[in-house]
Design a protein around this ligand. Structure first.
Ligand code: FBP
Ligand code: MN
Length: 655
């Protein structure tokens, strides 16, 4: 090994003894069971449901409780302990309301504390002490360490536990202590979280999801089409900004724009009210059940905004399509194709009649040109997007932990698809005389995104190519994040005939049922098809129609979390998440989440079934993971350093 590198390493390990200690420590870590990976996708702004699944580790905590307490506690008591761990403060408050006798309450506290310590011991058992120590909150570190690290039998017998726990209750810090212990259990149950895309759109609180991810202990993100739409909007893409505003008004989520991201869009509301005061019914907002009694006038205003933004969107999209023939999307430049005398347009030899004639902001002679007022709206919006510090912070975060795909512990993770032709060959996307397919296509778009981010961070405007490609990622036929032949937004607004609304999925979505397809993909990404899995988000699994999230005999797993309330009628249940721990992989099936209040009062996890994907014959150890491989490299470097000390090439430094 390079002597310069050894010299550097020697600064951290100046003596032979310190080298040996570290080698023993790292070797011990390699022999531990692998940590639990948790995969979640398509959370679509549903913060509460997302939090619930984070808190319960997709049922993992409830499993641990069942394992520890199957003899001692019945299922209701086990649920109650689980709820305490997920929502400690709320559960304490609820209990205080129910128990008005101090003695009984103290008794309750003591019981719960002992149970929490037992669960915490169980979930910390597969980590080194040093890792657990780092996760323990400062305030009670001494007591928690004392309770966790000393053999429980011995202490239970001597009454030691009861004594410590009694003191906690007498000192009046039991509430705090329970909260800290519960958070520690949550923290230790999941070692690493993968979010397989689509944090944004449809639901009300994507910003809170990102905030909670930012404080989560270990996470990566595979960008979804909706995430990239917001990232591109933040980087100054006006066409993506128009899409974001259109979708936000469609789902009554303008508060995200105005309150959370601090953009004051009064000018847009005024413009929309004036330009489209009587919007067509197809622009009416999609409301959550709890908002269904929204006053008509407010709904009308949202529809006006949606229509005004849709018109701007279709113009800007048409402009990009005409400027960039390489996108191969001329069919999607709708306004250029409309006959504004007959209000119809011809597509594939068929004439489609439009369902409305309200094109008040469109000049039939120059249908793609923004009016002066629209230009002003676009300029103002663009400025607002560039000024939002919070959005900027969130997008910085998405770039820092996110990517188009990820290879992690021998598995391949991506949101959408690998575009294929009907024979299963990788489809080529041609742009500026270059062709990209398979992994190269993902890498190409990743570079486009990162270079655009760099340019924007340096205060530069994005190039036309960059702007075109970012928008294409959202909606283009060969976008690995989208995976359909077209996005029929225009048709759904303007054409009655439902046939025109169909979006045809890329052949990938039926070919992924076959092992050969999955093997080809895995090989293309440099993975071993005999052991690797593909983890895929994006498409709701239609369980009601008999579809399974497990494809190709378990090689590919679709884990659309089905969080999005407006889509739950399609899926039949809410959706799926995945766990990968030292015993193998299992899919958790979730029922629709009806709010944390209900979860607390009913004490239910809403996870109905677990399906095993694969179970290796032996437990998987850290040595078999990516981290394990890097620890093995560190050990080998340290052994080189030891040899250098042994042979006198380097001198030990005593301090
Ligand atoms: O139901 P909406 O809001 O009109 O959205 C439909 C659009 O969303 C998409 O399904 C994309 O969103 P997803 O990534 O969540 O599937 C498009 O294919 C479709 O045109
Ligand atoms: Mn998606």
């Amino acid at each position: 090994m390079d002597i310069k590198y050894l010299d550097l390493l020697a600064k951290e390990f100046p003596t032979k003894k310190s080298v040996i200690t570290e080698v023993i420590n790292l070797n011990a870590i390699l022999a531990l069971p692998k940590g639990t990976e948790h995969f979640i996708s398509d959370v679509h702004g549903e913060f509460e449901a997302f939090q619930h699944i984070l808190k319960n580790g997709s049922g993992r905590i409830r499993q641990k409780i069942a394992y520890l307490y199957h003899d001692e506690l019945d299922s209701t008591e086990q649920n109650s302990l689980a709820t305490l761990i997920y929502y400690p403060q709320e559960k304490i408050n609820l209990t205080k309301d129910l128990i008005d006798n101090d003695e009984k309450l103290n008794d309750w506290y003591q019981k719960q504390l002992i149970r929490l310590v037992t669960v915490a011991q169980e979930v910390s058992s597969k980590y080194t002490r040093s890792k657990v120590r780092k996760a323990i909150p400062q305030e009670y570190s001494y007591v928690i360490e004392e309770l966790l690290f000393t053999p429980s039998r011995q202490k239970q017998m001597s009454g030691y536990y009861n004594n410590v726990i009694e003191t906690i209750v007498t000192l009046g810090i039991a509430d705090d202590f329970i909260v800290e212990m519960s958070c520690l259990i949550q923290r230790l149950t999941i070692d690493h979280l993968h979010l397989v895309g689509d944090i944004y759109d449809r639901g009300p609180e994507p910003d809170k999801i990102i905030d909670s991810l930012m404080s989560y202990h270990s996470v990566d993100i595979q960008w979804g089409n909706h995430d990239v739409l917001w990232m591109a909007a933040a980087l100054g893409s006006t066409v993506c900004q128009a899409n974001v505003l259109r979708i936000s008004s469609r789902y009554n989520n303008l508060d995200i724009i105005e309150k959370q991201y601090g953009m004051s869009i009064r000018f847009l509301v005024d413009f929309a009210n004036k330009t489209y005061p009587n919007p067509h019914e197809s622009f009416w907002p999609k409301l959550a059940d709890e908002d269904s009694d929204m006053p008509h006038e407010k709904q009308r205003e949202l529809a006006s905004i949606q229509q005004a933004m849709a018109m701007i969107q279709f113009k800007l999209e048409g402009q990009i399509i005409e400027k960039q023939p390489d996108l191969n999307m001329s069919e999607r430049s709708h306004f250029s194709k409309i006959d504004f005398n007959l209000y119809n347009y011809v597509h594939n030899g068929r004439t489609f009649q439009l369902n409305q004639q309200d094109f008040l902001s469109v000049n039939p002679k120059n249908p793609l040109t923004l009016t002066e007022e629209e230009s002003k709206v676009v300029r103002n919006l663009s400025e607002l997007f560039s000024l939002s510090d919070k959005l900027r912070k969130h997008v910085d975060y998405l770039f820092s932990v996110g990517s188009m795909y990820l290879v992690y512990n021998g598995n391949l993770l991506y949101h959408g698809c690998i575009p294929l032709d009907s024979k299963g060959e990788f489809k080529e996307f041609k742009f500026n005389d270059e062709s990209y397919s398979g992994k190269e296509l993902f890498d190409f778009f990743e570079t486009v995104l990162r270079e655009s981010y760099q340019a924007y961070s340096n205060g530069c405007k994005l190039s036309d190519d960059q702007l075109a490609l970012l928008w294409y990622l959202w909606t283009g036929e060969l976008s690995p994040l989208f995976g359909k032949d077209k996005m029929t937004t225009f048709e759904r607004y303007f054409i009655q005939d439902k046939e025109s609304h169909v979006e045809v999925k890329n052949p990938y979505y039926f070919l992924r049922e076959e092992e050969e397809t999955c093997d080809n993909i895995l090989i293309n990404f440099g993975l071993n098809p005999d052991t690797a899995h593909i983890i895929n988000g994006h498409t709701p699994v239609k369980e009601v129609k008999g579809e399974s999230p497990i494809k190709s005999d378990g090689k590919l797993l679709v884990i659309d979390g089905g969080f999005s309330k407006p889509y739950q009628s399609t899926t039949g249940i809410a959706g799926y998440t995945l766990l990968f721990n030292s015993y193998g992989m299992e899919i958790a099936v979730h029922q629709a989440f009806s709010g944390s209040d209900e979860a607390i009062s009913k004490g239910q996890d809403l996870i109905s079934v677990k399906r095993d994907i694969y179970q290796p014959s032996n437990r998987i150890l850290v040595s078999q993971t990516d981290i394990g491989r890097s620890l093995q490299e560190q050990i080998s470097d340290l052994l080189d350093l030891k040899t250098a000390y042994d042979q006198g090439i380097l001198q030990e430094k005593s301090n």
